[in-house]
Design a protein around this ligand. Structure first.
Ligand code: ADP
Ligand code: TYD
Length: 214
């Protein structure tokens, strides 16, 4: 059975870059890796609806925190069997965002904290009811919200199809989200966590040896 490793953090924190670095280190050690990123915009109808709602379609759906969170959660539920199959076939399954993204962003939008009603609602829905595979480790890539915003803004200018949506451009929301993420990691939400300082260059080799391979 492979290890399920999740990367979490703000938009622009460097999650995609970290996933590539971890994959290269694991491959160099002879491990097989399967990677995925949520939301699966091009693969799942729920994620497609999320993208449309973020563009202002579907009436007031985009303004409903719980409505959007249900769609993000259904995207993961639809992926659960494939995730289990990948865990059976690979040494490591690496995810760029998972359940904690729903917890952190939703709580931040509602001005709640990790011990609030929204996070326990996400827990009841995705962990208890949908019974999604549990991570072996969640990696919080922590960077100051301003650094993440600068990187996301730079990426928006330099890469195709990486435009920020209205939530990703909301500085105070990102700041609150960073706080909830730190609280989730501190509380050990659903699994052990490791917090990685993403403001400087991350040592992928040390992270893999000390934490990813357990
Ligand atoms: N450690 C780092 N130092 C400086 N820039 C970085 C670092 N990690 C990522 N970046 C850059 O920041 C931008 C956002 O990174 P990305 O991995 O796409 O973030 P995310 O997937 O978390 O949104 C990209 O342009 C990337 O090249
Ligand atoms: C996966 C997930 C993402 N989100 C939020 C975080 C981001 O603000 C937004 C989009 O995710 P993101 O990974 O940033 O996608 P992209 O940069 O390719 O558009 O969705 C949730 O609120 N809940 C979730 O379960």
């Amino acid at each position: 059975m492979g290890r399920l490793i999740v990367i979490e953090g703000l938009d622009g924190a460097g999650k995609r870059t970290l996933a590539r670095g971890i994959t290269a280190e694991l491959t160099a050690r002879g491990c097989t890796v399967s990677s995925a990123a949520f939301p699966r915009y091009s693969e799942d109808v729920h994620a497609e609806l999320v993208a449309e709602a973020l563009r202002g379609e579907h009436g007031d759906l985009g303004s409903s925190v719980h409505g959007m969170a249900v769609l993000y959660a259904l995207d993961r539920r639809a992926a659960a069997d494939a995730l289990r199959a990948h865990l059976a076939a690979h040494d490591v399954v690496l995810l760029d965002r998972y359940v904690a993204s729903n917890a952190a962003y939703g709580a931040a939008r509602l001005h709640q904290h990790a011990d609030g009603e929204f996070v326990s609602w996400v827990r009841d829905l995705e962990i208890t009811r949908f019974d999604l595979p549990r991570p072996d480790l969640q990696v919080l890539l922590r960077v100051p919200a301003e650094v993440a915003a600068d990187r996301a803004e730079h990426r928006e200018r330099t890469e195709a199809d990486r435009d920020r949506d209205r939530f990703e451009s909301d500085a105070s929301l990102q700041q609150r989200c960073a706080e909830v993420y730190a609280e989730l990691a501190e509380a050990g939400f659903w699994s052990p966590w490791v917090v990685v300082d993403g403001a400087t260059d991350v040592d992928f080799g040390v992270l893999v040896d000390k934490h990813v391979l357990g």
